[in-house]
Design a protein. Structure first.
Lengths: 156, 121
């Protein structure tokens, strides 16, 4: 059986529209956030072996600056990221309730493995365990929004 | 006569003490030097065994980009410029296996660039 050309074209148009980076609906966002927190992101109980100290925070800030800043900004709150309003699913502020309500172990799990299909990459092997835990320390004590300027890569 | 003998004994004793003390100082002043090459994403050698209480100098040479070597538990950190050399001087004061990591981001395998230091009695 041959499909009419109009039907094939309609399917293609719907498919392409589906690829567009449009913001997800509220229902979609709520469902995904719930599923991530309760089913998909593991390691809920692991504790951060690094206590909060200024040195560990500085280590975390430095490790974060290697490439996390490309999407999250220097402050973890998307400051200066030029495409921030054009990504779907959107890149959350790391100071948001959505992110801060993860346990330390879950944050480490996300840093290790990334989150599909958000575009968040896993960093296991790229950064050491030490560095990843220090990033968790940094995430728990983010600097005020806008206080760290714009990532270098977006200033020239 | 007796006084002369005593003086001779004293002189010999002082000379001997001087010689031995010099040797002691020399032993303390010459730490064991171990050469390490750092390159993406390994150290060569990747395992080093040293003795507790024995001064050590790790002479770390970068064969490519900038690297570092940090032992968090030993509070040691060295940064090596691209193609350069750095020295990490220390005297291990506890036994065990300590894993050092590259402390200067050097690329996709940076997180797995480690050197294990075995400190034995």
């Amino acid at each position: 059986m041959r499909l009419p050309i109009a039907t094939v074209a309609a399917v293609c148009v719907v498919g392409l529209a589906g690829c567009k980076a449009a913001p997800p609906s509220k229902m979609e966002s709520k469902t995904i956030i719930f599923a991530k927190h309760h089913f998909f992101v593991g390691n809920k109980k692991q504790k951060n072996p690094l206590p909060y100290t200024h040195e560990n925070w500085e280590d975390g800030k430095e490790a974060f600056s290697h490439y996390c800043v490309a999407c999250h900004g220097m402050d973890g709150q998307n400051t200066g990221v030029p495409f921030i309003d054009h990504v779907s699913p959107p890149i959350p502020s790391l100071a948001s309730e959505d992110v801060q309500s993860y346990t330390d172990g879950q944050l480490k799990w996300i840093l290790d493995n990334g989150i599909r299909p958000s575009g968040m990459p896993g960093s296991k092997g790229i950064l050491s365990d030490d560095e990843l835990w220090s990033i968790v320390v940094f995430l728990r004590h983010l600097p005020p929004a806008g206080s760290q300027g714009v990532p270098d890569m977006y200033t020239h | 006569m007796k006084t002369k003998f005593m003086l001779q004994v004293l002189c010999v004793g002082m000379i001997a003490a001087g010689v031995f003390s010099t040797r002691t100082v020399r032993a303390q002043d010459s730490p064991k030097r171990i050469e390490v090459t750092a390159k993406r994403f390994t150290y060569e050698p990747a395992d080093i065994t040293v003795k507790k209480g024995e001064p050590v100098v790790l002479v770390i040479k970068s064969a490519d980009v900038a690297h570092g070597l940090r032992f968090r538990e030993l509070d040691l950190n060295a940064k090596i410029d691209k193609g350069g050399t750095a020295e990490l001087k220390f005297t291990p004061d506890k036994t065990g296996d300590f894993v050092g990591h590259c402390s200067v981001f050097c690329g996709s395998g940076h997180g797995e660039m480690t050197l294990t230091l075995h400190v034995v009695n």
